[in-house]
Ligand binder design. Structure first.
Ligand SMILES: Cc1cc2nc3c(=O)[nH]c(=O)nc-3n(C[C@H](O)[C@H](O)[C@H](O)COP(=O)(O)O)c2cc1C
Length: 207
């Protein structure tokens, strides 16, 4: 079983990476393979709502990281998305990646465990945590808890290494996700099927 961890920071080995690495190490300790993917510093477009992905099975834009992340997401069993807090929200890059990843490939992640983690110097963490959870909720994913909301504090990686509580939150998250993945595998092996879904009803407010 494998967990894909996505680092949405412009800093490849910064605070967000340090937090994700702590969770990844705990997952590995518990027998789960991990891969950390960095979204980089090159431009990532926002979703233009063209609907082309519904036909293509991937985003119509092939000139940034989104489709390569989608390919990895297809075979992953769980996901941890990480972002620095930028103006009390996830980074713009991470928001663009998630909009297009979920729009084009959400079906590959459905009913799989997910968590969002964030790093801030000081504030905006719970707003960012909420922002992550909205993607998981609408995509019918299983939100994995830790012992607290998933956040670390610092401006540099060294700061984060001193945030003992933050690092513990990441380890607990890794351990909890490993446990849940094993529970889900056991359920599958014992013939427990995913819940049947009704055809979606869309009630628009203006008719
Ligand atoms: C554009 C920008 C906006 C930021 N906004 C906030 C903020 O709202 N609250 C905060 O505590 N830190 C803010 N920061 C600081 C980062 O969130 C913090 O240093 C973070 O831990 C960096 O993580 P990284 O090393 O993974 O990029 C901001 C940084 C940048 C570059």
């Amino acid at each position: 079983m494998k967990v894909l961890l996505i680092n949405g920071s412009p800093n490849e080995k910064g605070c967000t990476f340090t937090a994700l690495s702590e969770a990844a190490a705990e997952l590995e300790k518990n027998g789960i393979e991990t891969e950390i993917v960095w979204t980089g510093t090159k431009p990532v477009r926002g979703c233009i709502g063209c609907g082309g992905c519904a036909k293509l099975g991937k985003c119509v834009f092939d000139d940034d990281v989104v489709n390569s992340i989608l390919e990895k997401a297809k075979t992953a069993d769980g996901y941890i998305f990480g972002s620095p807090v930028h103006y009390a929200a996830m980074s713009g890059t991470m928001a663009c990646v998630l909009d297009r990843l979920f729009m084009s490939g959400g079906s590959h992640m459905r009913f799989k465990p997910a968590a969002g983690v964030c790093s801030a110097r000081r504030a905006g963490t719970t707003a960012t945590y909420d922002q992550f959870n909205k993607y998981f909720g609408i995509n019918r994913m299983i939100g994995v808890p830790s012992q607290y909301w998933n956040m670390v504090h610092g401006k540099t990686s060294d700061d984060v290494k001193k945030d003992e509580e933050g690092l513990q939150i990441m380890r607990t998250l890794g351990r909890n996700m490993a446990w849940l993945l094993k529970v889900l595998k056991c359920a599958e092996e014992n013939g427990i099927e995913l819940p049947k879904q009704e055809a979606p009803v869309k009630t628009n407010f203006i008719r």
